[in-house]
Design a protein around this ligand. Structure first.
Ligand code: COA
Length: 706
């Protein structure tokens, strides 16, 4: 048994709330990272004990400097390593031998520059001795609950309610600055670096239960250990909003392109779908990510889909309407109720239609009156208030109007966002209001984007479904088939082997039999039912149709006998010495709606599942949807409904609806296979022909790990 098996991992809480901290490479020289980290720990208000370590000894920030970590008395919860890469392994060894619980390796020069072996060796040494490692290649960690700032950032970090985990160090440091600028306080910020040991899932586990954190922002480039990350993300979004900025757009080549499931979408599209499935909100820009966190951390979620825009300018009203479509905000449309609610606040030349235009003549009192209506009205759930600078509205009253109406909405438990568009006075008013944490923006699209984020979270909560459904499959039979394939030295399954896996999963496949004479063929066809297709079975004839080895649509025993002779003659003429093992008699599948259902083990996301429009045009149409294979029947149904060709299943143009429940069964069956059979990497049925009752899996392709 290795040490790592024998030792329990230290509690991640100690990384964020340490009682004792050592800095290995602590320096008295301003400008050095080992200096900045000591300064930030001391000046950030940390109440625990700091132990600087430097072979030179002396004192740093009034603390005695130890010449070696081994000399420090008592336990150390966190050690920050700030010595150059050639000394870092020795420093990590000393920490691990001392029994330090968490080691933050600030030092760069490991996997990110191709030194992965050195990194693995160093980190494994620590793990084997029961330590956990953050980094290497990080700027450190800040945790508001312990007032513990072990970063080397220049300024102080404002405490607050947003927890940030960032894979990029430079962006992380920039985010600290931006947070101060945007008046966003942090509950924690962690630089994840190379994620050699501690990853986002570990830190999320801490942030989920940490009371200060009201919203979480993740910046990720790649995902390690997809399955665990996604499970933790799902658990996090259940209790707190999580906004994800994921960069690194798709590299198609990164996906094993051996199957459609691999090549039909880039990793990014898969990632997008799965993040949504986990309840995370994916932001495209840093600004959106910050705005959303700020808004989501304390705005009430809407209780329904009916949003009202109140504006004093038609143009911004139209812009906001466009933005509502983009960000998925639905506008309330009951003209009668709108007319009644806004009659008093709207002049004759205005409009009570949504967007409600109280016109450029509106003053603060008119806004108060108009915005009071959605706050009061039980059939209105949220409001977007737009203000365009006008000569009649004294901008000095703007701050008071926004403060007052915002209070009304808070009391009503309804969300409101504001866009204030204009010159210097308006911008200054917006700044004052932003500092008060009121969701005020100077861009119409930003105000709507934030309302859109609230609605996305609202809908995710409505649809939240943490159930994972699995199908009953005969795992033993599947494993036996794979053993035989591997014994034959192959990493792909032949048609009959794929069919055997399908049978073991209870998937209906077309009836088929291999026969060796005209009489046997006729008997097989009668047993299967007419019409049938006949295909030559010969490893010497790869292109069966070219050899005249395939005959379709045979409707009687007579036609079957005649086709047998024809195929045998054709094939002998095509290749005189071909060994013919027999003729396969296959049920001729009736037409229905052709779908593709696939599953694969994704390098980043873990097991994933795909459904889409099938047949020969899959690559052209690219009408597919992806999910993590950990899904419920309900989620599988929603996934199916999200593809463009779904109306063909639902019964478009007077057709009877198709058996979508059976498609859902197939999705769950493939999800179960990909999760439960470790050696299967890709599995794909194309087409699955869907009927009014049931489906048939016509062509199956399965790849395995050699
Ligand atoms: N134990 C403790 N301290 C030691 C030591 C040891 N075994 N060996 C050397 N030191 C001391 C040095 O004497 C020095 O202290 P001094 O200023 O009193 O002389 C201190 O450790 C730092 O060593 P130094 O050689 O001066 O390194 P540095 O400060 O120039 O650089 C790093 C060290 C870690 C900052 C640098 O190697 C690095 O990786 N920089 C990039 C960090 C980064 O960007 N991370 C990612 C951010 S996103």
């Amino acid at each position: 048994m290795s040490n790592s098996d024998a030792r329990k991992k230290p509690d991640i809480r100690l990384l964020f709330e340490p009682k004792t901290v050592a800095v290995i490479g602590a320096s008295a020289q301003p400008g050095k990272i080992g200096y900045s980290i000591c300064r930030n720990i001391k000046e950030g208000g940390y109440q625990g004990k700091l132990y600087p370590v430097n072979p030179k000894g002396g004192t740093i920030f009034g603390e005695k400097v130890f010449t070696s970590v081994a000399d420090i008395p008592g336990e150390i919860d966190v050690a920050s390593v700030t010595v150059p890469a050639n000394l870092a392994f020795e420093a990590v060894k000393a920490c691990a031998d001392k029994g330090v619980k968490h080691i933050q390796v600030i030092t760069s020069g490991f996997a990110e520059i191709g030194e992965a072996d050195l990194e693995n060796e160093m980190v494994q040494y620590a793990i084997d001795r029961g330590c956990r490692v953050l980094g290497p290649n990080i700027f450190g960690l800040f945790s508001a609950s312990a007032r513990f700032n072990s970063t080397f950032s220049a300024g102080t970090i404002p405490s607050g309610a947003v927890g940030i985990l960032t894979q990029s160090g430079a962006l992380g440091i920039a985010m600290i600055g931006k947070c101060a600028l945007e008046n966003i306080g942090l509950s924690a910020i962690v630089s994840m670096g190379n994620k050699a040991d501690i990853d986002e899932a570990d830190c999320l586990e801490y942030l989920i239960q940490q009371d200060l954190t009201k919203a979480i922002l993740l910046y990720i480039e790649g995902i390690k250990g997809g399955d665990r990350f996604l499970q933790t993300l799902r658990a996090a979004t259940k209790v707190k909003p999580v906004v994800v900025l994921k960069s690194g757009r798709s590299k198609r080549g990164a996906m094993a392109a051996a199957s459609h499931t691999g090549s039909l979408a880039g990793t990014d599209e898969i990632c997008d779908a799965i993040l949504r499935q986990c309840g995370a909100l994916r932001a495209e820009t840093l600004q959106d990510a910050f705005n959303w966190c700020k808004c989501l951390k304390d705005a009430p979620l809407p209780k329904g889909e009916r949003c009202v825009i109140v504006t004093n300018g038609g143009g911004v009203g139209v812009m906001a309407t466009d933005a509502c479509e983009k960000y998925g905000v639905e506008l309330y449309d009951d003209q009668k109720v709108l007319a009644q609610a806004f009659d008093e606040a709207t002049p004759d030349f205005g409009s009570t239609k949504n967007p409600v235009d109280i016109t450029g003549a509106a003053g603060a009192k008119d806004y108060d009156l108009a915005l009071a209506a959605p706050a009061k009205c039980p059939t209105m759930d949220s409001a977007i208030a737009l203000y365009c600078e006008t000569a009649v509205f004294n901008a000095d009253n703007l701050v008071e109007m926004v403060r007052g109406t915002y209070k009304t909405y808070q009391a009503a438990g309804k969300p409101i966002t504001y866009a204030l568009v204009g010159g210097k006075t308006v911008a200054q008013a917006a700044e004052v209001l932003k500092e008060e944490q009121i969701p005020v923006y100077t861009e119409v699209y930003d105000a709507v984007s934030n309302m859109g984020a609230l609605y996305t979270r609202y809908r995710m909560a409505q649809l939240r479904d943490d159930k994972i459904d699995e199908a009953r499959i005969d795992l033993g039979a599947i494993e036996k088939t794979i053993d035989a394939v591997l014994a034959d030295g192959r990493s792909f399954l032949l048609a009959n082997e794929g069919q055997a896996v399908m049978r073991a999963a209870g998937v209906t496949i077309p009836g088929a039999k291999i026969a060796k004479s005209a009489d046997e063929c006729a008997k097989a066809a009668e047993a299967i039912g007419f019409p049938v297709v006949m295909k030559v079975v010969s490893r010497d004839i790869l292109h069966k149709s070219d050899a005249g080895g395939v005959v379709l649509n045979l409707k009687s025993a007579g036609e079957v006998r005649e086709a047998y002779e024809r195929i045998m003659n054709n094939c002998r003429a095509y290749k005189k010495d071909a060994v013919i093992d027999g003729i396969e008699v296959v049920e001729m599948v009736k037409p229905g709606v052709d779908l593709i259902v696939g599953a694969r083990k994704d390098g980043q996301m873990g097991p994933i599942i795909m459904v889409g429009m099938g047949g020969i045009y899959v690559e052209v149409m690219k009408d597919v949807a992806f999910r993590s294979a950990n899904l419920s029947r309900g989620e599988a149904q929603r996934m199916l409904q999200s593809i463009r060709c779904y109306p063909m299943l639902a019964g478009a143009r007077g057709q009877k609806p198709k058996d979508t429940a059976s498609v859902v069964d197939h999705i769950i069956k493939l999800a179960t296979i990909i999760k439960r059979v470790p050696r299967i990497t890709d599995i794909e049925i194309n087409p699955v022909v869907v009927y009014e009752q049931g489906c048939k899996a016509v062509d199956v392709r399965i790849l395995i790990k050699k």
